[in-house]
Write a protein that binds this ligand. Structure first.
Ligand SMILES: NC(=O)c1ccc[n+]([C@@H]2O[C@H](COP(=O)([O-])OP(=O)(O)OC[C@H]3O[C@@H](n4cnc5c(N)ncnc54)[C@H](OP(=O)(O)O)[C@@H]3O)[C@@H](O)[C@H]2O)c1
Length: 291
């Protein structure tokens, strides 16, 4: 089974296709989420300098007991040099109020092509500011480049019931062979997978047949949609940590409970695995969800 990593974009800005809370959580609500995560044994936090107030909020909470992963600001000036990458890491450490990051990732996979940025990332690791370096990706081709290159210790991929694209490549085998730690985000596809088909926004109506098929499959195994979505990623043998987002402490507690049911999920997992190879890209890539 995988472990869990709490994502924090939801705590730093208003986010998500559904956003049941309808707003960004307050500082006190966010602290309640972090306290519950710590108490529940979640060891990892995923954040980024691009997540609005997230790093500063985490800095006000004591996150020194978590393994914190942050990401390089996307779109750094072309003239960025190694020193500017180190300065970005220092700024993140300062905002987070910690001495060392467990992980630091490129937020934009295109930055892998920039030798200066890659060298800056390696220097950040050599200086001890960062234990591991990695890349957060959106596309299977980018993921394959990361695990083939030998430069990176970790990767964050999108992965969920509707987005099983990496299973039809040798990504997971390569990640294991080359010792790249795999973090998988979007188990709930930003909340889309949990929505009632009748409540889908007009621009996501095309997701309806896949959502209905998913709901039908999990119901056949007496599983809830939350269980189906979370446990599908959690039970994947190639995923080290599932990066999940929540807006409330209640959702966090619920997600921890779901993971206790992993043992009984095997048959449902087998039926879902490989069953969604025809989902259009504009359903599984949130940046293509147009209003
Ligand atoms: N490029 C990148 O590196 C990148 C991109 C995106 C995200 N991330 C990271 O990944 C993390 C996860 O984000 P994601 O977009 O992938 O989201 P996700 O984990 O697929 O979905 C999170 C959303 O699902 C809903 N949810 C979660 N638990 C629930 C429960 N028990 N019951 C009902 N609803 C529940 C909540 O939305 P509602 O209540 O609003 O419906 C929540 O905001 C982020 O926090 C961030 O750290 C990284």
């Amino acid at each position: 089974m995988s472990g869990l990593c709490l994502g924090t974009v939801q705590l730093g800005m208003k986010y998500g296709v559904n956003n049941a809370l309808g707003r960004q959580p307050t500082e006190e609500e966010s602290f309640a989420v972090l306290r519950a995560a710590q108490k529940g044994g979640v060891d990892y936090l995923d954040t980024a300098s691009a997540y609005g107030e997230a790093e500063t909020l985490l800095g006000k909470f004591d996150v020194s007991r978590f393994r914190v992963i942050s990401k390089l600001q996307p779109g750094l000036d072309q003239a960025a040099d190694e020193t500017s990458i180190l300065r970005e890491v220092e700024l993140s450490l300062h905002r987070l109020n910690i001495q060392q990051l467990y992980g630091y990732m490129l937020h934009r996979a295109e930055d892998m092509e920039n030798d200066v940025i890659v060298r800056g990332m390696m220097t950040a690791r050599e200086t001890g500011y960062v234990e591991k370096i990695g890349v957060s990706v959106y596309e299977p081709e980018e993921a394959l480049r990361v695990v083939q290159s030998g430069d990176w210790d970790m990767i964050q991929i999108p992965y969920n019931v509707l987005d099983q694209r990496l299973d039809s490549t040798d990504f997971f085998e390569l990640a294991e062979k080359n010792h790249v730690q795999v973090f998988a985000r979007s188990a709930f596809l930003q909340g889309l997978l949990l929505m009632e088909p009748e409540r889908l926004p007009a621009q996501l109506e095309k997701a309806r047949p896949y959502i209905e098929k998913f709901r039908h499959t999990v119901a056949g195994h007496q599983c809830s949609v939350e269980e189906g979505a979370m446990l599908f990623s959690y039970c994947h043998p190639g995923i080290d940590k599932v990066v999940f987002g929540v807006d409330t402490e209640t959702q966090l507690m619920r997600n921890l409970e779901l993971c206790n049911k992993a043992e009984s999920f095997k048959d449902c997992w087998k039926e879902l695995h490989g069953a969604f190879s025809d989902v259009p890209r504009d359903v599984i890539v949130p940046s293509l969800w147009k209003n």
